[in-house]
Ligand binder design. Structure first.
Ligand code: APR
Length: 236
């Protein structure tokens, strides 16, 4: 049963998204059927030690992911969220996704917890945007250092500014909609509990139950792209 939400009944709405949000666009998830971490060992591709050992191999892996993401398009669910953001002043998207799909659908207020495929960073010269299948270069034009994808990998410290922004937005929300996350990666896994303890109405959209389901009054076990237009009565 999919409830109908009237966005004007709420002051602050958070869409909290994980890889399942992009699944119907064709971007593989990490842990589900066909998930990236079943195919690739993260210790060889998605941690600082792997990058230090063989930066070229890690960058080539990320180029494959970028190329795959660029063949995918945002779906109706992404578009519903972007449309609501235009209509409603207090919509914030907190995403674990690094594929930029929300922004491609037109969303602007996106807090990226785990970074982005579309940025690289040099420890001396900072972060730069780099959009395209291939990286514009593997090394920093100013100092020659290997450029690291600006992504939070396994064993990385999170960006505390980004986490504080997300936590404070979530603590203030009165509607929290969790979409397509297995809820096993912290601190993001704790966000539904924070929202629920602060009195927000919590809704989960995920075909599979997750550890977050217990904090949600509405658990909708269907796909994001099908549910979101119905949830906000934007089917036409
Ligand atoms: N609609 C909604 N949910 C879906 C859909 C769909 N169409 N398809 C799959 N899902 C759900 C799955 O049931 C699963 O619970 O999406 C979830 C995807 O889980 P994960 O692959 O673990 O992705 P995520 O929770 O985003 O992973 C968190 O782990 O390695 C990392 O840094 C990476 O940001 C990622 C983090």
């Amino acid at each position: 049963m999919i409830p109908t939400i009237q966005p004007d009944d709420y002051q602050h709405i958070i869409f909290f998204t994980g890889a399942g949000m992009s699944a119907e666009s064709g971007v593989p998830t990490y842990r589900g059927h066909g998930g990236i971490w079943h195919q690739y060992n993260w210790e060889a591709y998605a941690c600082q030690k792997a990058f230090d050992r063989d930066p070229q191999k890690v960058l080539e892996f990320h180029e494959l992911r970028r190329k795959a993401a660029l063949t995918c398009q945002p779906h109706d669910g992404h578009r519903v969220i972007a449309e609501l953001e235009q209509q409603h002043p207090a919509v914030t998207i907190v995403t674990q996704n690094v594929d930029g799909m929300h922004q491609r659908a037109g969303s602007e207020k996106v807090i990226e917890l785990h970074g982005s495929y579309w940025r690289v960073r040099c420890s001396r010269h900072g972060v730069t945007e780099d959009i395209g299948e291939a990286y514009s270069g593997y090394t920093c034009a100013q100092c020659g250092e290997w450029l690291r994808p600006d992504i939070i990998w396994f064993e990385d410290m999170l960006n505390q500014t980004v986490i504080s922004q997300a936590t404070s937005a979530i603590a203030q929300c009165d509607l929290f909609i969790s979409i397509g996350t297995s809820g096993v990666v912290w601190p993001a896994a704790g966000f539904p509990e924070i929202a629920s303890k602060n009195g927000a109405r919590c809704i989960e959209i995920n075909p599979e139950p997750s550890p977050q389901s217990q904090f949600c009054s509405d658990v909708i076990t269907q796909a994001a792209g099908e549910v979101l237009p119905k949830l906000f009565d934007l089917c036409n």
